[in-house]
Ligand binder design. Structure first.
Ligand SMILES: [Zn+2]
Length: 162
């Protein structure tokens, strides 16, 4: 049983649309925050980082994503490689602390949008799209998974003023 709120997307999304795998990689916890990592493909990392041609990423590399809010580490490689928010083309708002950065990469919802008075409407829009199978989080989102959990956590922690 997983208690991350975002994992509901895997239950409401149509078959074939799934979030990043939960199972740990060779590097199972984040070297900075200690949170459990989620496996992503090396191709996914290449889609997310700036100038991948200048980095030594091979398609067979084992890569994992750190889901922690506030932790600057985004990807960790099996060989100890680290990719931080500054290495990403579009780092997520919950890691940078910058409200104009994105939370939902499929439908362009920023941290500021999620915190705005219309925040609930953005969340229902995203939930409806997930239900209809319109998401592309597996490619677009740095986490390779659904954004709903990270948005819920982001709104909760921001509302609590931390
Ligand atoms: Zn971390």
């Amino acid at each position: 049983m997983n208690d991350e709120p975002g994992d509901q997307c895997c239950r409401i999304a149509p078959d074939g649309q799934t979030c990043a795998e939960e199972r740990p990689t060779e590097q199972s916890t984040c070297p900075d925050c200690g949170k459990r990592l989620r496996r992503v493909s090396a191709a996914h990392v290449m889609h997310q980082v700036r100038s991948p041609s200048g980095r030594d990423i091979k398609s067979t590399d084992s890569m994992a994503f750190c889901p922690s809010h506030g932790c600057a580490v985004v990807y960790v490689g099996g060989g100890g490689e680290r990719f931080e928010t500054g290495d990403l083309r579009r780092p997520p708002a919950y890691k940078t602390g910058v409200e104009s950065d994105l939370l939902c990469y499929c439908f362009d919802v920023s941290g500021a949008d999620a915190l705005s008075p219309g925040g609930d409407a953005f969340v229902s829009f995203i939930s409806d799209r997930v239900r209809d199978g319109d998401c592309a989080c597996d490619v677009l989102n740095p986490s390779a998974g659904c954004c709903l959990g990270s948005i819920a956590t982001y709104r909760k922690t921001r509302a609590a003023g931390s």
